[in-house]
Design a protein around this ligand. Structure first.
Ligand SMILES: [Zn+2]
Length: 182
């Protein structure tokens, strides 16, 4: 029992260590006035950023800053996503947990938004990105930010958009908690 607990704590620490903190890519701290998300939520919405892809931390950090700047121009409060997956296979903190995103109108207060950096209309993300997405979902469940029986959907299932790209959506359909409707 003690060993199991030790392994669990170890596994959790490893998993948490995989989230790259926001301060690594964004000099501006989150405003304390951002609306909170009441957790656990029942929905995970998957996006692609429809930007350039990135393949190393330096590039990914730069793309993250561009995405945030674009969202601010569009009058979002901050970057719209809770987490982003880099082409380097790392999980980047956007808004993080507990903050209501601006990524899926009508569903923002019931969901966490996870975005794959790049455009997946014409191809699938590399396997390390898919693995990173599964990891952040697992962390979200472990930290009780989403319900264990959450529904996983692509953005295009909540409104008319190409996001997260045809190939990525086809992949998500095979995941255990994917649902045809949000
Ligand atoms: Zn989207």
């Amino acid at each position: 029992m003690k060993l199991q607990l030790a392994l669990l704590v170890f596994g959790l620490t490893l998993a948490l260590g995989q989230i790259v903190p926001r301060r690594s890519w964004c000099p501006a701290p989150l405003s304390p006035r951002l609306p909170r998300l009441s957790v656990p939520v029942r929905l995970i919405v998957i996006h692609h950023t429809a930007t350039a892809s990135c393949s190393n931390p330096h590039q990914c950090q730069s793309v993250l800053r561009q995405i945030r700047a674009d969202h601010l121009r569009r009058k979002f409060r901050d970057i719209g996503y809770n987490f982003l997956i880099g082409g380097d296979g790392r999980i980047y903190e956007g808004l993080g947990f507990g903050i209501r995103g601006e990524h899926a109108p009508n569903y923002n207060s019931q969901s966490i938004g996870i975005a794959f950096i790049g455009n997946f209309q014409n191809g699938l993300p590399p396997s390390q990105m898919l693995q990173a997405a599964r990891t952040i979902i697992q962390i979200a469940v472990q930290r009780r930010q989403v319900l264990p029986n959450y529904a996983l959907v692509g953005h295009c299932q909540t409104k008319a958009t190409a996001c997260p790209g045809k190939h990525l959506l086809d992949e998500l359909r095979k995941w255990p908690r994917w649902q045809p409707k949000p």
